[in-house]
Ligand binder design. Structure first.
Ligand SMILES: Nc1nc2c(ncn2[C@@H]2O[C@H](COP(=O)(O)OP(=O)(O)OP(=O)(O)O)[C@@H](O)[C@H]2O)c(=O)[nH]1
Ligand SMILES: [Mg+2]
Length: 473
């Protein structure tokens, strides 16, 4: 028995180092997206007009889910480059690809729009889409932040190019990009402009970047010293001395070849080690957003119907409690009614309740709706007893006691009814958050994948950020 267990454990920890878990992560992400698409896509019985309006309202989210799945199927890693103007962003991408595809130049703002080029690294099997962007200080204010956010969200890996000591604007941009929760390589470009000593000094300063303040501490998680590389993407021409056979000496300008070897190696090692998992995780994070948004819209669209259902259950519950003379059954019956209401709502919204125990949900609701529901339980006990006593006494057919029975029954029914109403309201919020927690829901798969990654991977450091989850009951 023990033997089997430890054998199992050693097997699973062994497989984590190979490429198998990457494929497993990848496949699980695909399954999750497929499930989401089939769940939320227009149903076969979508003939009613209402269904059509709903589908139209969810177009955007469905498109996101679909394109995310397509991207996953193609297996292309997206890598975006960011930095201030003229740091050599376009030059770095050209050097990686080995061709001068993207225009570069000494003027600020050569690149005006994001643009992408394909790169097939020589060793890896993976295809990479490189995305060039305009300098972050080139576009003004909100538009810049929006561009950076959009591009970063779609990327699996980010390159941030600096060309020397980091400026305040650069530090701020780094912190902003960090919020996209993507792994980041800091590229120190134009090293040909610095003598060796200065170069090392700047490199050390860049390494210090994460250390220090609490803000820095968080930056460090995304930017370990190992993810800082030095390159010269488009080295400036150097003057060389040429000695001729006839002893003449002339000076000529020669352009050294680009040197981005460090960066290339870094990228390749990340891709080989965790490229597929990064791809999977990125897709899942996007799916999680889309699914939560679908839930929000569904709940909004069906507001009226939901109110009707909640009201109906409220009435049943109130009636049931009022007519039922036995105290304990009130509490039990009330609970059953609340659970039935939650189920009815999840059916109405078309949101999955799988893997999600309605009982837990109810407990959660009980605590969050606090006062009202406790009052309901309390009143069931106290008024219920009074009611039972009154019922027993009513055998004597005294009209005053009968009035007492009716009085406590109505009060209790009112409170119980309000309880059901509160349950309905809270259930809406909870269903919206909980829809991604099914067995193949993105939140669940994200958590599974992150629990398996090695401690020396980028994903491991991203873990805290990516695991952010809605409160679970
Ligand atoms: N000395 C030196 N110059 C470089 C290097 N890389 C790029 N440059 C020069 O820096 C200038 C800007 O390069 P780009 O690649 O256009 O910079 P960018 O960051 O894309 O600039 P924008 O698109 O304007 O934001 C060009 O004149 C390049 O020749 C390098 O490694 N060493
Ligand atoms: Mg450029």
């Amino acid at each position: 028995m023990y033997l089997t267990l430890s054998h199992r454990q050693s097997l699973s920890s062994k497989s984590i180092n190979g490429s198998q878990p990457q494929e497993a992560h990848f496949n699980r992400a695909r399954a999750s997206l497929r499930q989401a698409l089939s769940w939320y896509s227009p149903r076969v019985r979508a003939s009613q007009r209402q269904r059509q309006t709903e589908t139209a309202a969810l177009q955007k989210e469905l498109a996101v889910l679909k394109s995310t799945l397509d991207k996953l199927d193609q297996g292309v890693i997206r890598m975006a480059v960011f930095g201030l103007v003229s740091r050599g962003k376009s030059a770095v991408l050209n050097a990686l690809v080995g061709q001068k595809i993207l225009p570069t130049g000494p003027l600020n703002g050569v690149t005006q729009w994001p643009r992408s080029v394909r790169w097939t690294p020589t060793t890896g099997k993976t295809q990479v889409e490189l995305i060039d962007t305009p300098g972050l200080d080139e576009i003004a204010g909100e538009a810049r932040a929006e561009m950076a956010r959009t591009v970063a969200r779609q990327s699996d890996l980010i390159l941030f190019v600096v060309a020397g000591d980091i400026t305040r604007t650069e530090y701020q941009a780094l912190c902003e990009l960090r919020q996209s929760q993507k792994p980041l390589i800091l590229v120190f470009n134009k090293i040909d402009l610095y003598p060796e000593q200065d170069r090392q000094k700047i490199y050390r300063q860049l390494q210090q970047l994460g250390a220090g303040s609490t803000k820095g501490k968080r930056l460090e998680q995304l930017l370990s010293a190992e993810e800082i590389v030095m390159v010269a993407a488009e080295p400036a021409p150097v003057e060389v001395r040429v000695e001729w056979p006839d002893e003449r000496v002339t000076y000529e300008w020669e352009t050294p070849p680009p040197d981005v070897e460090q960066l290339k190696q870094k990228i390749l090692s990340i891709l080989n080690r965790e490229g597929r998992s990064l791809l999977a995780l990125n897709a899942l994070v996007q799916a999680r957003e889309a699914e939560a948004s679908i839930a929000r819209k569904n709940i909004q669209l069906r507001q009226t119907e939901a109110e009707e259902i909640i009201w109906r259950y409220t009435k049943y519950k109130a009636l049931g409690v009022a007519l039922n003379p036995i105290a304990v059954l009130d509490v039990l019956g009330g609970t059953v009614a609340d659970l039935a209401l939650i189920r009815a709502l999840s059916r109405l919204y078309g949101l999955p309740m799988t893997g999600y125990d309605a009982g837990k949900l109810w407990k959660k609701i009980l605590t969050s709706a606090g006062g009202v529901l406790l009052a309901q339980l309390g009143s069931s006990a106290i008024l219920g007893l009074g009611k039972s006593a009154a019922a027993a006494a009513s055998a004597f057919e005294s009209p005053t006691i009968l009035t007492a029975y009716a009085g406590s029954a109505i009060t209790q029914a009112g409170i119980a009814g309000y309880g059901a109403y509160a349950v309905g309201q809270v259930a809406q919020v909870y269903l919206e958050q909980g829809c991604t927690w099914g067995p193949l829901g993105p939140s669940t798969v994200i958590q599974d994948i992150l629990s398996e990654v090695d401690s020396d991977t980028i994903l491991y450091r991203l873990r805290q950020e990516l695991e952010q989850k809605p409160e679970k009951g």
